[in-house]
Design a protein. Structure first.
Length: 438
């Protein structure tokens, strides 16, 4: 009796997210595109035709829970392996145990959270056991498996993409938590629909964050004289002081967000540019990194259409250096809006690309004699500088002297557009070329 009481206390004191972990597909919230009626993963589970797979999705969307449900429904032993604390030795020990279980007709599902943290040797250790069917490997990752998993292992696993939960899904789960005896169903809790909506919105698709926030709010709620607990908005706001957005400065989301910022500015969308900029800053990105990308954008996508963009970008970088966060966010936003609204030209960028191609594919020809420097008598005797014409000595401030190597004498890399101030540059270049060819 005492042991049962202690067990019940442990269950009661377990975190809310643990107490309410779904045990069947019908209790599972979200991922209807995978486990809804008639969907592929549900069909595989119900037909007991599961093979090794990778669950790719953001934190708190139910990757571990879904793996446990699959193991239970397919009557497989569930073994959990940590990518942080386990090495090749531990992997092989588990595999040997799974192989012995297989010979006795028992299947083993090996769930590996954060599988992308395993190095190549550790990932390779899974291969023979996955191929033999000793285990059903279920790996969970928040990173793009195409980048983080060995191709040999990835080719042997089916990848399922789990999406961030919808606000309605989160709210449904919170409502269950309030009513379920495993949650707060035995408590006389006064919490409004609007408060549940606020928590759902704050969680940003993360079920764990939503349940942890609800639990914190309830534990800090006001206990009334009749034993009921009421939730006031001030307490709830304190529990939702800061939301942690999915952002890994070295991972895929980092590149997704900087790509979104760059392409929003290129598409002349200042609202989207400011949004993605602030998302990066909110996720902890170094403001100087963003400033450097703005400097690059100023020449790559605006160029001669508005050379002032480069000055704005460099000024924003200096402002970030002087002030740092959080004050420098407005300077970055200033620059991002300017880049978005500036006329666009990638003529300078294209000139660099075409020139790179010629340099990499064609012979490295010597500098034409007429534009070589001749600081010594020997160099002059070798005709260095012979035929050079000083442009400032001419009335037009131009010469017809060739400056490119002979094999590239007619090559044009820079082709100005008619955007912004580059239109005047285009007109001037056309006049210069016409004069040189006359």
């Amino acid at each position: 009796m005492e042991q049962i009481s202690m067990f019940d206390d442990r269950e009661k004191n377990a975190p809310l997210a643990s107490r309410l972990r779904p045990e069947t597909l019908d209790e599972y919230v979200g991922q209807k595109h995978l486990v809804g009626e008639g969907k592929i993963l549900r069909n595989l589970i119900e037909s007991d035709n599961i093979s090794s797979m990778i669950f790719w999705g953001p934190p708190g969307v139910g990757k571990t829970t879904l793996a446990r449900i699959i193991a239970k429904q397919t009557k497989a032993d569930f073994v959990e392996l940590s990518a942080v604390t386990s090495g090749v030795k531990e992997i092989k020990e588990i595999m040997n145990g799974a192989e012995q279980a297989r010979r006795m007709g028992i299947r083993t599902m090996l769930f590996t959270d954060e599988i992308h943290r395993f190095n190549k040797a550790q990932q390779d250790a899974f291969l023979p056991y996955v191929e033999k069917g000793s285990i059903i490997l279920v790996g969970a990752t928040t990173e793009n498996p195409s980048f983080e998993l060995n191709s040999a292992l990835l080719s042997r696993c089916k990848v399922f993409i789990l999406k961030a939960l919808e606000e309605d899904d989160i709210k449904e789960m919170l409502s269950r938590a309030v009513k379920n005896p495993k949650g707060f169903g035995d408590m006389n809790l006064d919490i409004s629909d609007e408060q549940l909506t606020a928590i759902a919105r704050f969680s940003n698709g993360d079920a764990r964050t939503a349940l942890n926030t609800l639990e914190m709010a309830v534990l800090n709620g006001k206990v009334n004289s009749d034993g009921s607990v009421s939730m006031d908005n001030e307490t709830l706001e304190q529990c939702m002081n800061r939301r942690s957005l999915l952002y890994d400065k070295n991972g895929e989301e980092h590149y997704n967000l900087i790509s979104a910022l760059h392409k929003s500015m290129r598409n002349s969308d200042p609202d989207a540019a400011v949004y993605w900029l602030k998302r990066m800053l909110y996720g902890g990105e170094d403001p100087l990194y963003i400033a450097r990308r703005l400097v690059r954008f100023a020449s790559e996508d605006i160029g001669m259409a508005d050379s002032g963009a480069l000055q704005i970008a460099i000024s924003a970088y200096q402002a970030c250096h002087f002030l740092g966060m959080p004050e420098c966010d407005v300077h970055l936003a200033h620059a991002a809006v300017y880049m978005s609204m500036a006329p666009k030209s990638n003529a300078v960028y294209k000139a660099c690309l075409e020139c790179n191609k010629d340099i990499s594919e064609m012979p490295a020809e010597p500098v034409p004699l007429q534009i070589r420097n001749a600081p010594t008598k020997l160099m002059k005797e070798l005709d260095y500088g012979k035929g050079y014409i000083y442009a400032h000595d001419t009335e037009e401030k131009l010469t017809k002297m060739k400056c490119l190597p002979d094999s590239l004498s007619d090559r044009r890399y820079y082709r100005p557009t008619t955007q912004g101030r580059e239109k005047a540059v285009k007109e001037r270049l056309e006049k210069i070329l016409e004069w040189k060819n006359s």
